[in-house]
Design a protein around this ligand. Structure first.
Ligand SMILES: C[S@@+](CC[C@H](N)C(=O)[O-])C[C@H]1O[C@@H](n2cnc3c(N)ncnc32)[C@H](O)[C@@H]1O
Length: 649
């Protein structure tokens, strides 16, 4: 029974599981836990006393395995929807004891083969014993090579002593369990079916350290009953920090699994029991011993704020890689304009900027005698024309507008808009590329929105350099400047999605993406700034920037899969617009972030900085970015000469 309903949210975190002991009678195990309110069980598939070396073999390879019953004891859908296989915890593939090591390898392979035969969605692997887990990882890696769709959840305790940053030499066996996970996944080459089940303990590491996990492939969080506190009425509850963590898990589709014995014996009255258990008869209730823990987790789920409508709409875009638009080289489609035009916040900001510019340009006493020439360059289907006209009305200034657009299809709609609105005497439509239009007069104000997720990546600088010929010497450009930003991120899902293409081109491409399951490892830093109009004599839109990122010491080590990029634009004076997380314009949804992947993820340790180099390069027909890392290790220079990814001029 799902934990609750959250409009539009169909993520797996609605389902809560329970870890069970081995029991021969799997139908009974499942029935009692499902009727007790849990959605799935994490159950051992094999008798814990079984050891391959103890099986009396008659020498023939056809001896029957004694470890499991029949697959017929549950239906295929019960196996696949309600059972996560728990691999025997006795296995130790890195043991010095050869018999144990070999038994472990055989048992691991048998259990996973059996789980795979049952079409289970996932198996829970016992935790690695520290970072020295070469043989365990080798066997798992072998299994991963031939695995069907099943996920392998590596069990990892969520712990990191506060002081291990002081002591993080490369050979030090760190108490930071992230290091265990990292060693294991590096040995398994970041395999996309290898994921994590975090054991949540009663004490939690720092917020920065916890944050790392949200960029890793965590599928489940196992919460032990001894992690729960007791409230005044004797019920289990969690500390505030644990509550925030669990809510974070819900928001990242991470399923909760309750584990352990009943530690809170609540003496409930029958009416309270009935209220807590409305679906059952009061009489003959077989209340699940862990029900109060499940109810508490359900309460945390239900008390989350509903997702705002826009977030619901964007759920399908979370962590989904998209190619950036090329509005200069390509003509945008009606659907794309439609999406832009829904973002009222963007146009309100433009209207505010135009208002301020009109008031600065024309004093009140000249409001009725002076006409301001305003040119919207890249007018699309006209929303900035409308915003400008509304600004003129709001300020009582007279306006003459030129709407310049190079997409002939958008121009068709522009004409119909002007006619429909009766703007024929105010608005002149120019079907032309702004870089080659021969304007009949000069503009007081040039309004444009040619910004990409990384600011200059849709070639606003090149277009506006071409358009400023017809801006008066003292004229105003809206926007007046824009700056790109980057920050290093852990983003295992994005990395694996890029990797799945198995080619260099995809690793050297930037993607537009609604970042969700990422860990932002350090504050973002500005990269390139462009200012308009630009009257400098040696105008050049090529740029180079070296940035040094320091990851907070209490984070521990972290994996950098790539760089997240954003922009912030000053439209006019204090009116700005952007998506850089700390400056982002609230409720504006026209832009997602941009993601620049790294071919080989880089592990950054506390105290050792990450040095990133970024170039904006310009050729006669294209503009492109190159990027690389030079510390803590050298990466190749990505996208040399724009061989994989470029924006056409
Ligand atoms: C991001 S859209 C913005 C459209 C509209 N102003 C809005 O805010 O909804 C950019 C528009 O600029 C146009 N554009 C891009 N480069 C241009 C150029 N060099 N000359 C004229 N129009 C251009 C594109 O065709 C597109 O319609």
């Amino acid at each position: 029974m799902p934990l609750g309903q959250r409009a539009g949210d169909k993520s797996d975190s609605r389902y809560c599981g329970v870890e069970t002991e081995f029991d021969d009678d799997m139908p009974q195990v499942l029935a009692s836990n499902i009727s007790g309110g849990f959605d799935f069980v994490v159950a051992p598939l094999m008798d814990p006393t079984y050891r391959p070396s103890l099986v009396k073999s008659d020498g023939s390879s056809a001896s029957v395995l004694p470890f499991a019953g029949s697959d017929l004891i549950l239906s295929p859908s019960q196996w696949s929807s309600h059972v996560v296989g728990k691999i025997s915890s006795w296995i130790d593939l890195d043991s010095e004891d050869e018999v144990l090591r070999i038994d472990s390898e055989i048992a691991l392979k048998q259990e996973i083969a059996w789980a795979s035969h049952l079409s289970l969605q996932a198996c829970l692997l016992p935790p690695p014993r520290g970072t020295s887990c070469g043989n365990y990882a080798r066997c798992v890696n072998q299994i991963l090579q031939g695995l069907n769709n099943m996920q392998l959840w590596l069990r990892v305790p969520l712990e990191k002593p506060d002081d291990d940053a002081m002591d993080a030499s490369p050979n030090h066996l760190s108490g930071d369990s992230w290091e265990w996970w990292n060693s294991f996944r590096l040995l398994c080459e970041h395999h996309s079916q290898l994921s994590i089940a975090l054991d949540i303990l009663s004490s939690l590491p720092s917020a920065n350290s916890l944050g790392r996990w949200f960029g890793e492939p965590v599928r489940a969080a196992i919460v032990h009953t001894n992690t729960f506190l007791t409230n005044a009425r004797g019920y289990p509850c969690l500390s505030k920090r644990h509550q925030r963590l669990i809510t974070g898990f819900f928001n990242h589709s991470i399923q909760i699994v309750i584990s352990g014995k009943l530690l809170h014996s609540i003496t409930m009255g029958i009416s309270e029991l009935a209220a807590n258990h409305a679906e059952n008869d009061v009489e003959g209730i077989h209340r699940h011993p862990l029900r109060s823990y499940l109810d508490y987790v359900g309460y945390l789920y239900q008390r989350m704020d509903p997702l705002p409508e826009q977030e619901r709409f964007e759920l399908g875009y979370r962590d989904f890689l998209q190619s950036p638009l090329q509005p200069l080289m390509d003509n945008l489609e009606a659907q794309t304009y439609e999406t832009f035009e829904k973002d009222t916040v963007k146009y309100i900001q433009y209207q505010r900027a135009v208002c301020k510019a009109l008031l600065d340009r024309v004093p009140d006493e000249k409001a009725s005698s002076v006409t301001t020439v305003l040119m919207v360059v890249g007018a699309g289907r006209g929303p900035l024309v409308r915003a400008s006209l509304q600004a003129a009305e709001e300020t009582g200034r007279r306006l003459k507008v030129y709407a310049v657009e190079k997409n002939p299809n958008a121009v068709v709609t522009l004409h119909s808009l002007v006619k429909l609105e009766g703007w024929e005497n105010i608005v002149t439509i120019i079907s032309s590329d702004m870089r080659c239009w021969d304007a009949p007069e000069k503009a007081d104000i040039l309004v444009s929105e040619l910004l990409g997720s990384f600011g200059d990546n849709e070639l606003s600088p090149e277009c506006l350099d071409g358009a400023q010929r017809f801006l008066k010497q003292d004229g105003i450009s809206i926007p007046s400047s824009y700056t790109s930003f980057i920050q290093p991120v852990t983003a295992s899902k994005l990395y694996n999605d890029v990797k799945s293409h198995k080619d260099l081109v995809h690793f050297e491409t930037a993607y537009v993406v609604k970042l969700h399951s990422v860990a932002r490892l350090a504050p973002s830093q500005p990269v390139f700034t462009f200012t308009h109009p630009n009257y400098s004599t040696n105008k050049n839109n090529q740029r180079y920037k070296k940035l040094r990122f320091e990851i907070p010491a209490d984070t521990g080590s972290a994996m950098v899969h790539g760089l997240a990029g954003y922009f912030d634009a000053t439209l006019y004076k204090d009116v700005h617009l952007g998506i850089e997380p700390t400056l982002a314009t609230p409720n504006m949804f026209s832009w997602f972030a941009i993601f620049f992947p790294l071919r080989t993820p880089v592990c950054v340790q506390p105290g050792s900085p990450l040095d990133v180099h970024f170039w904006r390069c310009c050729g006669s027909s294209k503009v492109w970015y190159e990027w690389c890392i030079t510390s803590p290790c050298q990466s190749p220079i990505n996208n040399s000469n724009g061989r994989s990814y470029w924006v056409g001029l």
